[in-house]
Design a protein around this ligand. Structure first.
Ligand code: TA6
Length: 306
């Protein structure tokens, strides 16, 4: 079974590769949904053959807020300006968190709210490969004056693989940050564990204090918002139901976030109880690992989720 469906939620046009709201993908390995806004993969379900029952189970590797997705679709249907979708893998670029000098600018930059171009869609024996691009435009230049080209390759197969290239198209160097602000499903956050960050220093964004991760596993019993640095780039998220393996290249930072109860109430796009259903592990280069890209140069990063 293999299919690609371009979908639109605005009745004024028929969806195609160059004018769509979301793409639905299915092949022998997985099902995926990707929004053109932000080139943001919203869901990725791995098909698992169950040897005992001979059935085909599925394993969700990403989480998305149903309320946020509904708000996005309602905005599309009403021709309203859409917001960032809370779920899947939003791309934060060219800054992470609040803008360093102008609080009026959108948190996490503009990449996740811009419409990207779908340059190519290919299918191979390994699944589907999609190539998205975003270049500077009047909106980005109004807040960040550097010419750039982002290229995001999303491979949907036995694994979900992301490959990002950040190219400096200008004639002067620029500094930037990026983060794959990934949302992962957990059965219950209080039972979730993250391996891979032991011994790494982190900034606790809630206290603005720096610590070292002493324990092998990160556990969750309160709002958690930490920026780890000098990381190894290989992680395991597990709970009593499943485990998700994340491997990256050239991502020297990792942010761990769960809003817990009170912050969830303030988000406005997450159901009140949904704080228990996800954890963010955001592979990135931020703060002291911000990128310095010379004119004409590119920086490349990859992440594999299984
Ligand atoms: O994940 C780290 C973080 O910077 C948190 O502080 C929280 O703000 C989160 O990102 C969500 O940001 P958003 O702009 O998507 O609501």
């Amino acid at each position: 079974m293999s299919a690609i469906r371009f979908k639109t939620f605005n009745s004024t046009f028929t969806a195609n590769q160059h004018n769509f709201d979301v793409i639905e993908i299915e092949n022998g390995f997985c099902r995926a949904v990707i929004a053109r806004q932000g080139a943001q993969i919203l869901s990725f379900e791995r098909k698992m053959n169950n040897a005992e029952t001979d059935a085909v189970d599925s394993k969700s590797l990403l989480w998305c807020s149903e309320l946020s997705l509904q708000q996005f679709l309602d905005d599309l249907k009403s021709d309203r300006k859409t917001k960032a979708i809370r779920g899947g893998i939003p791309l934060c670029f060219p800054w992470f968190g609040g803008h360093p000098t102008d609080a009026k600018l959108p948190a996490h930059g503009f990449a996740r709210t811009q419409l990207w171009n779908l340059t190519s869609v290919d299918e191979s024996a390994q699944g589907h490969q999609l190539l998205f691009t975003l270049e500077n435009n009047s909106v980005t230049e109004a807040v960040w004056q550097h010419p750039f080209c982002l290229t995001l390759r999303i491979s949907c197969g036995k694994q979900l693989r992301m490959a990002l290239a950040i190219e400096n198209k200008g004639d002067t160097a620029f500094d930037c940050e990026f983060a794959w602000h990934s949302y992962f499903p957990v059965n219950a956050i209080e039972n979730a564990r993250i391996d891979g960050l032991q011994g790494k220093k982190f900034l606790d964004q809630l206290t603005n204090q720096t610590y070292v991760q002493e324990h092998v596993q990160i556990i969750f019993d309160q709002e958690t918002d930490r920026i780890y640095q000098d990381v190894d780039g290989h992680y395991l998220i597990q709970d009593e139901r499943q485990q998700i393996k994340i491997d990256t290249n050239h991502c020297q930072s990792a942010i761990v976030w769960n809003p817990w109860i009170e912050k969830t109430k303030r988000l406005g796009d997450v159901d009140a109880q949904a704080w228990r259903d996800f954890v963010c592990l955001e592979c990135a280069n931020v703060r002291e690992h911000r990128l310095h890209i010379e004119a004409g140069a590119s920086a490349e990063f990859s992440m594999t989720i299984a």
